[in-house]
Design a protein around this ligand. Structure first.
Ligand code: XMP
Length: 511
């Protein structure tokens, strides 16, 4: 089945991904492409949105795509830079605004019956973030809304389905932003809202069957959401021809290997658990540098996975849990209009000699959509709601060199912290949490004895994508109880601290 698609041309705004997500929340499929790479199959897109940008349309390095195939031929919405772009090149005037216009503003409509603002109330809050402003509207346009500081806040072009708005409908602070996008895409442009997790599952299963046929596929499970959802989708498509490998690198959380393996088996996956803890520990012996540890863990993983994959006969495909943010080609805001592909920690390199073809069933969807698809597939909500956990696991939470004893200590500490968060109903309010074992001994007193033992740091952050994060204000009572439990129950630890650093400038992991 063909779904109506929206093309989002990216001019480098930090919000471009949000536009795609809001459109998809309306059950309409959307794709992001760099402004200078309009897809050849343009006819397959039913509407186009121009994103915002850190650039000025007046600047020398301004981004000027040729929109002649689009303008007046397809429904078109310009957002912020997009709106200024449409004005600047069609007889309007864009100039620096006297005040930099950031933050909230309230819409005031010029006409009440404008369909673009159906079900949006006068005074509706919108979010502005721009330093240029549209002084003169382009030829043939009609002003449809203003705000107190921005006269030309929204306009449309007569005789076309072309709209332009200075504010950002994609950010949550624009209260009716989603309604405005729905008005534009559905009511005005007639797109169908039929792209849902159910339809995604059905179509992806068919696509996998068609692509892979009766071939065997191998997939590395990590215990995380993406690889699990990818596995369940593939299992639905090809059943026992999917061979999953779940490697214990010895750096997982306490009891995680066995419990997750049991869960996988319970889901009917054809999975083999490989306990390679010793091999990883050997590979890590004496290494202190974080990047060298990552490399050692990554290389050991490839070796173990490769050994296991070679035990299977006739495997033709390697499946990966790559998701959309890993593959979007976005316009770099710092590096000029050149397109760069974001690479991700999890997208591991494979030895060339494996020569497997790649199948990535989640390539087109965002993390929240992966969760929705997982729910549609009946995956346990607890598994879908798990915090992110880095591939190198506790290896980058033990500062300095790694030994079996340090792993044991950190697993105990981490388990008390994480189970405590669950018991206190705090787990789902936190985006990611974990404990770090510091390379520091400090003096304590237990009973009448002087101790000289390890210090651990607890970290809990809120975030949406891990790019920026803030520490969570966990209740004092919880921290008090957790610290007591750790010091009383985990031999070798006599001090607990809580990390109150935001990212930036700190990172989430300590290494
Ligand atoms: P940082 O520490 O960079 O972490 O603020 C951001 C997010 O990425 C995770 N992370 C990793 N994930 N391999 C991974 O698979 C890695 O080497 C790695 N380093 C950090 C981190 O847990 C957080 O979610």
């Amino acid at each position: 089945m063909q779904h109506d698609k929206v093309l989002i041309l990216d001019f480098g705004s930090q919000y471009t991904q949000l536009i795609a997500r809001r459109v998809r929340e309306l059950n309409i499929y959307s794709e992001i492409h760099p402004f200078n790479k309009i897809p050849a199959n343009l006819e397959s897109y039913k509407a186009v949105i121009l994103s915002g940008s850190p650039y000025s349309v007046r600047g020398e390095e301004a981004l000027h795509p040729d929109l002649s195939q689009i303008r007046g031929k397809k429904p078109l919405l310009g957002v912020c830079y997009g709106a200024q772009y449409l004005a600047h090149f069609s007889g309007g005037e864009v100039a620096p605004s006297n005040t930099r216009e950031y933050g909230r503003a309230n819409l005031s409509f010029i006409k009440t019956e404008e369909p673009f603002f159906e079900n949006v109330n006068e005074g509706s809050q919108v979010w502005m973030s721009h330093s240029d402003t549209i002084k003169e509207l382009p030829t043939g346009s009609i002003l449809i809304a203003s705000t107190h500081d921005v006269k030309n806040a929204a306009y449309k072009i007569e005789g076309e389905i072309t709209y332009a708005i200075q504010f950002h409908p994609e950010v949550y602070h624009s209260t009716d932003g989603k309604q405005i996008l729905e008005n534009f895409l559905v009511n005005i442009s007639g797109l169908h809202q039929d792209w849902t997790p159910d339809s995604f599952v059905e179509e992806t299963v068919e696509a996998i069957q068609e692509k892979v046929g009766n071939d065997k596929v191998v997939l590395g499970l990590s215990g995380g959401v993406d690889s699990t959802v990818a596995a369940v989708l593939l299992n639905k498509a090809i059943g026992k021809n999917l061979y999953c490998i779940f490697v214990n690198n010895g750096l997982l959380r306490k009891n995680e290997f066995q419990s997750v393996l049991n869960q996988y088996e319970g889901m009917g996956l054809n999975v083999k658990g490989v306990d390679a803890s010793e091999r990883f520990l050997e590979a890590l012996a004496g290494i202190e540098d974080p990047e060298k540890k990552r490399k050692a863990i990554g290389n050991a993983f490839i070796e173990v996975f490769d050994d296991e994959a070679h035990k299977l006969e006739d495997v033709k495909w390697l499946a990966q849990g790559t998701i959309y943010p890993d593959v979007i080609e976005s316009v770099s805001a710092t590096g000029g209009p050149s397109a760069t592909i974001k690479s991700h920690h999890n997208v591991g390199g494979l030895p060339d000699f494996m020569k497997l073809k790649i199948v990535e069933p989640l390539r087109a969807i965002f993390k929240d959509e992966v969760r929705r698809v997982g729910a549609t597939l009946g995956i346990d909500p607890e598994l879908l709601g798990r915090h992110p956990f880095p591939g190198p696991g506790l290896g980058i939470r033990i500062l300095g060199d790694i030994t079996a004893e340090k792993v044991r200590i950190l697993q105990e500490v981490d388990a008390i912290f994480i189970n405590g968060l669950k018991e206190w109903n705090l787990y789902d309010k936190v985006w990611q949490a974990g404990a770090m074992l510091l390379p520091v001994n400090s003096v304590g007193v237990m009973g009448d004895e002087r101790t000289y033992e390890k210090c651990v740091a607890l970290r809990a952050v809120e975030s949406t994508d891990g790019m920026t994060a803030d520490w969570v204000n966990l209740p004092y009572e919880f921290l008090q109880k957790t610290s007591n439990d750790i010091i009383n129950k985990v031999k070798g630890v006599n001090r607990v601290v809580y990390d109150i650093s935001s990212k930036p400038p700190a990172t989430i992991e300590w290494e």
